[in-house]
Design a binder for this molecule. Structure first.
Ligand code: SF4
Length: 347
């Protein structure tokens, strides 16, 4: 006998919920609010819905269909890392990072990643599939479920597993779900999409009618080294990326961040900082330096604290705003893709 898959409500905007279930507009909004604003996935807890409707939701729908398998918390930093099981048994990771009063959620956009950056745990496992918009939004809902945010709005960065620009349409829709005023209501400026340099999609992003931020995972500013660390550079070398970023800024007027994972004696020397300074010319950029989190089986080491600080100072002295991220939670397998790897396939 053929069975139909339950409707996954987290994928839908309020009007779509009403339309698909044949409900009045206000009930579509109520259901959306329960799932996205109150982060409730149990229909029985949606107490302002009629009992008959709750029963119907049980029979025909799931709220998000994402299950928390494991949540690790770093005792020192408060960073939380979640391993989630998706409806088809695949798994993804997402992270909540605390920095003084700020909360940042790092979400995944794909199961695995095809880009195979040389220092990345996710890349080691290869690519499995894209995440749906709801599967992306659900990561934020699970991470925030027991958080008392008070007046704070979290930041969301698309820097978890996967290359977001290779799942562009779903990423865009997930951003609109997260921005919805009926839901989490995250402001566009608090959302950052990261890319290893998918230039066609950077061009698309320049034309979106929003202020979502763009971040580029650069890691090296000379072609031989970048092609080794980020193989996508062989397709779109640094010169082509620079041209695209210039045009992105000309169209959108928005600032860009360069992410730079510091690898000991590979890209953390002063000559690398100088190459980066040259590359920044003609662009309005800030730089985010990230000490590498060790990954078993990969031939890299974490930079020394002195090298990290010297690198940051060199850039800051030249007027390039540079932040050095603290190492967060090595005790919780903080490098993306690590937890999924160490727990094996959940399928
Ligand atoms: S660093 Fe990002 S783009 Fe590169 S392999 Fe890892 S997940 Fe993919």
């Amino acid at each position: 006998m053929e069975t139909t898959a339950p409707t996954r409500l987290v994928e839908l905007f309020p009007a779509e919920i009403s339309e698909q279930l044949g409900l009045p507009a206000f009930q579509g909004k109520q259901i959306f609010r329960w799932i996205h604003a109150k982060k409730v996935s149990d229909f029985d807890a949606m107490t302002d819905l009629p009992k008959a409707l709750r029963q119907r939701l049980h029979e025909e729908c799931v709220a998000h269909g994402v299950e928390l398998v494991e949540m690790q918390t770093c005792a020192r930093t408060g960073t939380k890392k979640a391993l989630l099981r998706l409806g088809d048994g695949e798994s993804v990771e997402c992270v909540l990072i605390r920095d003084r009063d700020r909360i940042t959620l790092c979400v995944s956009s794909q199961v695995g990643c095809a880009l195979q950056c040389d220092f990345c745990a996710t890349g080691l496992a290869g690519f499995t599939r894209n995440l749906s918009p709801g599967e992306i939004a659900a990561q934020a809902l699970v991470l925030l479920k027991d958080e008392d945010l008070g007046e704070r709005t979290p930041n969301i960065v698309y820097m978890g597993m996967g290359e977001p620009m290779r799942n562009y349409d779903n990423v865009v829709r997930s951003i609109r779900l997260l921005m919805s005023p009926e839901g989490l209501g995250i402001g566009a400026r608090k959302i950052t999409v990261s890319t290893a340099g998918e230039i066609k999609r950077i061009e698309d992003m320049a034309r979106e009618d929003w202020q979502v931020r763009l971040s580029v995972s650069l890691h090296a500013a000379n072609n031989p080294l970048r092609s080794r660390l980020v193989p996508l550079n062989r397709k779109y070398p640094l010169e082509r990326l620079h041209e695209t970023l210039r045009s992105y800024q000309a169209i959108s007027g928005r600032q860009i961040t360069f992410e730079w994972t510091l690898l000991r004696e590979v890209n953390d020397q002063l000559q690398h900082a100088r190459e980066l300074m040259d590359y920044c010319r003609g662009l309005r950029v800030s730089v985010n330096l990230i000490p590498w989190n060790p990954v078993e089986d990969l031939p890299y080491e974490t930079s020394t604290r002195e090298a990290c600080v010297a690198f940051a100072e060199t850039l800051n002295k030249r007027g390039i705003k540079t932040t050095l991220r603290q190492e967060r939670g090595q005790d919780i397998d903080a490098a993306c893709g690590q937890l999924r790897r160490t727990k094996g396939s959940l399928a």
